[in-house]
Write a protein that binds this ligand. Structure first.
Ligand SMILES: [Zn+2]
Length: 461
């Protein structure tokens, strides 16, 4: 059609009324097919690329405006991970990913990006060690669009028990973990050969945490004080920043700082050691935090968070325990829902075997655990109220996924409202972080003084 191919300005003449109408119809027809045709041909747009290197696993995230399919395979000599992403063309954002590989990444040596086929981009990760990769997609949630997630796990999962070796017990302390560790070192097979979980079709399971061997009998250790292990759980991490204050302070960063301070205080006690469920900026799924605490046979589990509320005036610290029968208030239920959403934002592979384990674990909580958790929580409130206003004077209860270890007293501390500018400033200050850590340390000591730890199951011959 002349009218369409040759606009009036180039034609040198004004079009007739009939020609204009034909052109309008033609334009309208083009508009009708527009939403369909270009989508088939157009490549997806990369909105952001992120890497989260950590000892436990390295995550690479591509955030996109549409969901994309990816296939992966590994190669040896040298070790490489190859990921083919369909529907992509090379872009500046993809090249940016290459520069986001950190020299200290435990898994990735370097990354190469190339257009493999017209519509397929190939990422080749040169590896520092062989990996068991998980590749999966996440639907839009919170501030994120579609995410394509590449998780690079080690072939053999790191054992939390090894991480805890940083503190040996003295000669006067009975340490069931030391005996387990000796056993592991004598029989490395126990650690290196964890049971294989059932595989879910099409999914690569995360490497399982090794099962905890029973400690040998403690006949020689009767009368000694027992070593206590406290699991500290800094909330959020990696893709999940948690709440963000008006000056930009992120919950995931400040809670890690507080947890590290508390760990130092605990480790300085002769009969205590602390274990961090994460000690870096990466995401740990909620049930994995619980599994880790159980693996190190923790006597106490403390999840550390910072609150947020739409009104900047909301303030004060609160402590939560698990509830088996609904929440003690709407605010507690809301808080549990918000914290439980961490898995969606942080990004969990929904197809993996881990999710089934999580479900089973979550149904095992016991009344005894909750009663002990309330005692810990009250001791915490008594101490925290000396350094900050309390949001609620009693321990609140709701269905927090991270508090569901059936055999470990577990509390979640909302240290302050990061959404309140004054409390955000407090949280930022190292002196207040120290005060919070000290308050929790005293709370832990008060709890164990009033409730002396019993010999663990399996400790008594
Ligand atoms: Zn939180």
């Amino acid at each position: 059609m002349v009218e369409r191919d040759c606009p009036p300005a180039l034609n040198g003449a004004l079009p007739s009324a009939g020609a204009t109408r034909r052109r309008l119809i033609s334009v309208a027809a083009t508009l009708l097919v527009l939403p369909v045709l270009p989508r088939l041909a157009q490549a997806a747009t990369i909105l952001a690329v992120r890497t989260w290197p950590a000892d436990e696993y390295t995550r690479v995230t591509l955030e996109l405006d549409s969901e994309l399919k990816a296939e992966q395979f590994t190669l040896e000599n040298p070790h490489r991970l190859v990921v083919d992403i369909e529907g992509l063309t090379i872009s500046a954002a993809l090249n940016d990913l290459v520069s986001k590989v950190r020299p200290d990444d435990p898994y990735i040596q370097s990354l190469r990006v190339a257009q493999n086929r017209p519509n397929v981009v190939r990422l080749v990760f040169d590896l520092k060690q062989p990996v068991a990769p998980q590749v999966f997609t996440l639907k839009p949630v919170a501030d994120y669009q579609y995410r394509l997630v590449l998780d690079l796990y080690p072939k053999i999962a790191q054992d939390p028990l090894i991480a805890i070796l940083n503190k040996q017990s003295g000669p006067d302390v009975d340490d069931p973990l030391a005996r387990i560790l000796e056993d592991i070192q004598r029989n490395p097979v126990t650690r290196a050969d964890p049971p294989e979980p059932p595989r879910v079709q099409g999914q690569q399971p995360a490497p399982p945490l090794p099962s905890t061997p029973k400690p040998p009998p403690a006949t020689a250790n009767r009368g000694k004080q027992r070593m206590l292990t406290i699991a500290l759980d800094p909330g959020h991490g990696g893709e999940d920043p948690g709440a963000i204050g008006s000056s930009g302070l992120r919950e995931k960063d400040v809670v890690l700082r507080i947890a590290r301070r508390l760990k130092a205080l605990i480790d300085s006690q002769p009969q205590m050691r602390a274990y961090l469920t994460r000690d870096d900026d990466y995401f740990v799924p909620l049930h994995v935090r619980v599994q880790k605490a159980r693996r190190v046979r923790a006597d106490l589990f403390i999840s550390i968070h910072a609150d947020a509320w739409i009104k900047p005036t909301a303030n004060g610290s609160s402590v939560f325990a698990l509830s088996q029968r609904g929440a003690t208030s709407t605010q507690a239920r809301w808080m549990a829902d918000k914290e439980n959403a961490a898995d969606l934002i942080g990004g969990v592979n929904l197809g993996s075997h881990d999710r089934q384990v999580a479900k089973v674990l979550l149904d095992l909580s016991t009344t005894a655990q909750i009663n002990d958790s309330l005692k810990v929580g009250n001791a915490f409130l008594d101490e925290i109220k000396k350094i900050n206003r309390l949001h609620k004077n009693s321990v609140e209860q709701a269905g927090f996924a991270v508090l569901k270890a059936p055999d470990i007293p577990s509390v979640l501390v909302e240290t302050a409202f990061i959404s309140n500018p004054q409390e955000e400033a407090l949280l930022r200050s190292t002196s207040h972080q120290d005060k919070l850590a000290q308050a929790m340390m005293t709370g832990i000591q008060r709890y164990f003084t009033a409730n002396p730890p019993l010999a663990r199951l399996g400790d008594v011959s």
